[in-house]
Design a protein around this ligand. Structure first.
Ligand code: ZN
Ligand code: ZN
Length: 582
């Protein structure tokens, strides 16, 4: 009886314990009054503190856990949860969960499963997560709101929206959290219409969105360039009086920047009372992608002067700004500043530097830079080099780079197309033919071009060559009209860049059906100036489409903004903002 009272008292002490040194003293006191084998209750409280309090100590928790002959479920849960809070995330919590099942001394409850599922989503351990899902059904815990939310989170993180959707549909109670996770899942994989449909449904049910949900849907709009929808959401934030905290402001400014409205992005940024690294970096990257190089670099200088620490993303913005304007010596200076500031050069940063050198025509320098990299370069870096070789007609270096690239990525058609174009430029038709045969033998198929355009509150997607859009007939008619007008304006298609084993006429046909042409035609069918047509494309815009869009902007007096994989192009009055450099 006396020992039980002492244990209870110790548990109360743990509850008000401020830090680890005090906890160690409490632990010592417990050991004095009873051996670890007979004080489960108090010991599990001590373990809980070490594993889950912000001032806890996971190493100490592990030691206590190992001394427990048969830990209760509370202690197992503390361990699984504590280990998943460690950085960087590991598979340790999943192994602990497995040990629990193997020993069979305690039964998992809904907390155990939700902590284990969270651990799976952190390391994207989909197989393990699916097993836990099956176990949840077996234990009859699959309808617990904790488990459901964790499952939804796992599937959404792993981009399995179908699975996430069925978990969501099965949930009896949909509280705010499950809606947010589902919307976030759609947003992550770029399914903007689905994310917005879910958002509208949620509102119909009378569930008020919070900042987290708003950030999710707004970033969905940013991904697909849906400016109209993004504006509507911004108005909704204002109307609902949702507080514009730093994260929401940053999501909005990022959306405006990515949807081509850089002035609005800047307005939001300037109005922010406080700005963290993410806000500065988003703004700098936004300016860079719009080709506003001076503004981007001036903002970086300002960021440094107010002593906000730049990170990897900031330097990606800064270096890509330099690349857009061919500022090689500035770029090199930023590269050393970056290292002085202790920002570790990531693969993406190496890629930025290679791009900067290649665009400036310094392909040899870029090549030596890549050879000196301390980490093995990835395919993106080799591809950037190959583009550089193509632009400067360096066949030998190009062949060397292409060999390494094709070793890493033997089935990516873009790589073959680049090398083939390099050969074609120097009239080495025999090699072009051989390459085409290799492609056929390896079964390599071109990645389809994909363009989106926002019309009437929905994002419409187009695949190169047509696809199954319900209004295809009208689009083809519109395209014919456009074609005639631009032909009369003197346009002759640039067919050199199309790799097809076909005659000129069919080449032209292939060009006309590039996805951005379909998206632009559809936009012109449904909208009229002064409405700007905004298109987002997954690949680089080809030379012919670029030329055609310039002519359309003059002949039809239609302003068109295209965001391709690399940058923004604003076509107006027959010229493009990129100055034909992209
Ligand atoms: Zn094209
Ligand atoms: Zn352009």
């Amino acid at each position: 009886m006396a020992r039980q009272q002492a244990e209870e008292q110790i548990s109360r002490l743990v509850q008000s314990c401020p830090d680890m040194p005090s906890l160690r003293r409490i632990h010592a006191l417990l050991l004095k009054i009873s051996p670890p084998s007979s004080s489960f209750f108090a010991l599990s409280k001590i373990l809980g503190f070490c594993a889950s309090s912000p001032s806890g100590d996971m190493a100490y928790a592990r030691r206590i856990f190992l001394q427990m002959p048969s830990p209760n479920i509370f202690s197992w849960n503390s361990m699984i949860r504590g280990c998943s809070n460690l950085h960087p995330p590991s598979t340790e919590p999943i192994s602990i969960y497995r040990t629990l099942l193997r020993r069979g001394s305690a039964s998992p409850n809904s907390f155990t499963l939700s902590f284990a599922l969270k651990a799976c989503s952190l390391v994207l351990a989909l197989c393990e997560g699916a097993q836990i899902h099956a176990q949840a059904c077996k234990f009859g815990l699959d309808s617990s709101p904790f488990v459901l939310t964790a499952l939804l989170n796992l599937y959404a993180k792993c981009e399995l929206v179908g699975e996430a959707r069925s978990v969501f549909e099965a949930a009896q109670e949909k509280n705010l959290v499950t809606w947010s996770v589902m919307i976030g899942g759609y947003a992550r994989v770029g399914m903007v219409n689905e994310a917005l449909e879910m958002f509208r449904k949620m509102q119909e049910m009378g569930i008020e969105p919070d900042e987290v949900t708003m950030v999710s849907v707004i970033s969905a709009c940013a991904r697909s360039g849906a400016l109209g929808l993004g504006r509507w959401l911004h108005a909704l934030v204002d109307r609902k009086g949702i507080s514009l905290d730093m994260e929401l402001s940053t999501a909005l400014l990022d959306m405006y920047a990515k949807c081509g409205s850089i002035a609005m992005a800047r307005k939001l940024f300037d109005a922010m009372p406080e700005r963290d690294t993410k806000a500065w970096s988003s703004m700098i990257a936004g300016l860079a992608v719009h080709g506003l190089v001076e503004d981007a670099l001036a903002l970086f200088a300002e960021m440094r002067s107010v002593k906000v620490k730049p990170n990897e993303v900031t330097f990606i913005g800064v270096l890509s700004a330099c690349a857009h304007r061919g500022l090689v010596s500035e770029g090199r200076r930023f590269w050393s500043t970056m290292q002085e500031l202790g920002v570790h050069p990531s693969m993406e940063l190496y890629g930025c530097m290679v791009d900067l050198l290649c665009r400036a025509g310094l392909v040899d320098d870029a090549n030596s830079f890549v050879s000196a990299m301390p980490i093995p370069p990835n395919s993106v870096i080799f591809r950037t080099l190959l583009v550089g070789c193509k632009n400067t007609k360096m066949v030998e270096t190009g062949e060397d780079v292409a060999r390494k690239l094709l070793e890493l990525e033997p089935t990516n058609a873009e790589n073959y197309v680049l090398l083939s174009n390099l050969y074609a430029q120097s009239f080495q038709w025999e090699k072009v033919g051989r390459l085409r045969k290799t492609m056929k033998d390896r079964g390599v198929k071109a990645m389809p071009g994909l363009s989106c355009v926002e019309v009437g509150g929905r994002v419409h997607e187009f695949i190169a060559g047509g696809g199954s859009h319900p209004e295809m007939e009208g689009i083809r008619k519109m395209m014919k009209e456009i074609e005639e007008r631009i032909r009369r304006a003197g346009h002759r298609p640039v067919t050199a860049m199309v790799m097809h084993d076909v005659g000129e006429e069919e080449k032209e046909m292939a060009l006309c059906e590039h996805s951005e042409r379909l998206a632009i035609a559809f936009g012109m069918m449904k909208m009229a100036p002064p409405v700007i047509i905004r298109v987002v494309k997954n690949l680089r815009v080809c030379a012919d489409c670029h030329e055609v869009t310039k002519i359309i902007s003059r002949e039809f007096e239609q302003e068109i903004v295209v965001r391709d994989r690399v940058r923004f192009h604003r076509f107006k009055g027959g010229v493009c903002s990129c100055g034909d450099f992209w």
